[in-house]
Design a protein around this ligand. Structure first.
Ligand code: CUA
Length: 146
């Protein structure tokens, strides 16, 4: 093996190990989870907040032309929330500003993300996918109280 080939091989190996280490750090250190499609849950028609255990919640959002249901909820600081998202009509976006939650609301499917609200404040939810004439008005809020 030529010297240049060895350097390229070692560099590639180091890069792969670095990426693997960063992936493990993102999962365990930063608690970042990829959003996913939940195939075992039927699409729902109403948004709701369910307290499963103290500090742990399940939040069902339904995107409509052109609003989110529920439009506003309140949570305590440190709340851990499983978010399930569904659309009643067309494809919408769903981004909670200030968090890593960024989903698509797809008719007939339920998408999922998990988030922990570590800091108090008002978190805006916006639709980031053009969905019609009222797209720019699609917003909701999560108020996290300290
Ligand atoms: Cu819903 Cu844009």
């Amino acid at each position: 093996m030529a010297s240049l080939e060895k350097k390229i091989f070692v560099s590639s190996l180091v890069l792969m190990l670095l990426f693997l280490g960063l992936t493990i750090y993102a999962f365990w250190g930063l608690s970042i989870r990829l959003p996913s499609c939940v195939t075992g849950i039927e699409p729902f028609t109403q948004g709701q907040l369910i307290e499963k255990t103290p500090g742990k919640y399940e939040l069902h959002y339904v995107a409509h032309m052109w609003y989110f249901d529920p439009p506003q909820i309140e949570l305590p600081e440190g709340a851990e929330v499983d978010i399930y998202l569904n659309s009643a009509d067309v494809v919408h976006g769903f981004q909670i500003i200030g968090t890593n939650v960024n989903l698509m609301a797809v008719p007939g499917a339920v998408n999922y993300a998990k988030v922990k609200f570590k800091h108090p404040g008002t978190y805006r939810i916006v639709c980031h996918e053009y969905c019609g004439l009222g797209h720019q008005n699609m917003a909701a809020h999560i108020r996290v109280q300290g």
